[in-house]
Design a binder for this molecule. Structure first.
Ligand code: SAM
Length: 279
């Protein structure tokens, strides 16, 4: 049961395998989306037993993404966005948020999962300033030099590089720190790096830490990835870029809407984010 995802512009090459769970589709289940299969829903159900707040975590991440992209497009003047590990289109996609505040904003979505490309077609069809490519974050050169990326992104101008909920899908032996560094090096001054990442609070919150470890086991058994890292490990991905206030914090604490009081549940301690500027 394999769906072909060929498109005329040849950005899509691989078939979609509906017999194995995929990260983007399990995440889609958590967000209440419809682009998933039985095998994904089974993993999502298992995850919910260990982490009943997983849908809240997914929503907190999308809310963080919205506040970050709005800040970059509206307040920081960023006009080009590279969103790696972008996931399936959902409500409030990066290009939509950016264009709300900067109609000329350009966005390239990158994901390893061919289903993301298949669903990106609708976007490709009606927006020349937005595109989707299939590529692997672990191969920065193939992304930075991709013709669709260089068509829309001018690396001599500020870029918003978005690594939301993607670096925690790289294992330690895949050198996430080195990979983040290769992308940082490609950015011009005035660019921004935004990261959201699963977090293990360690001894500060032992019960939450144990839950993070259980979730980590479940993810690795079913999806083959998933690392809940320490604050220091995640901070290292920003290198010598300058973290904007309030730093690397629980997602809900990153410049919350004025009327929102962050709820201090499991998600609060296990999912963090930050934005840094290249000087
Ligand atoms: N960035 C979106 C967000 O934060 O809402 C989606 C996050 S989703 C949890 C992670 C995405 O990363 C999935 O769509 C998955 O296919 C993609 N992904 C996982 N490993 C990848 C890799 N090596 N290269 C590119 N994308 C990858």
């Amino acid at each position: 049961d394999v769906t072909s995802t060929e498109t005329p512009n040849d950005n899509v090459r691989s078939p979609v395998d509906t017999t194995k769970p995929s990260i983007s589709r399990v995440y889609d289940v958590m967000l209440g989306g419809k682009d998933n299969f039985a095998v994904d829903r089974q993993v999502a159900e298992m995850a919910l037993r260990i982490a009943p707040d997983a849908p809240a975590a997914a929503r907190a991440n999308r809310d963080f993404l919205r506040r970050v992209v709005r800040h970059l497009a509206r307040d920081a003047g960023v006009r080009q966005f590279l969103d790696i590990g972008s996931g399936l289109p959902t409500q409030g996609n990066v290009h939509e948020i950016a264009q709300e505040f900067a109609p000329d904003a350009r966005t390239v979505y990158v994901d390893i999962d061919p289903i993301v490309l298949a669903h990106g077609r609708a976007i490709l069809a009606k927006d020349g300033n937005t595109t989707v490519i299939e590529a692997d974050v672990r191969d920065p050169e193939s992304i930075l030099g991709h013709p669709e990326v260089t068509r829309l992104i001018d690396f001599s101008e500020p870029v918003g590089l978005l690594l939301f909920a993607i670096l925690h899908h790289l294992n330690d032996d895949e050198d996430p720190e080195g990979i983040a560094g290769r992308y940082r090096d490609a950015l011009s001054s005035g660019s921004y790096l935004a990261v959201s990442h699963f977090h293990n609070p360690g001894d500060a919150h032992p019960e939450v830490s144990a839950q993070a470890s259980s979730a980590e086991r479940l993810f690795n058994e079913n999806l083959g990835t998933g690392r809940w890292r320490t604050h220091d490990e995640i901070v290292s991905y920003f290198g010598d870029l300058e973290l904007l206030d309030p730093g690397l914090v629980p997602l809900a604490e990153w410049r919350p809407e004025p009327d929102v009081v962050p709820e201090q549940g499991i998600t609060y301690y296990t999912f963090v984010g930050g934005v840094a500027r290249k000087g």
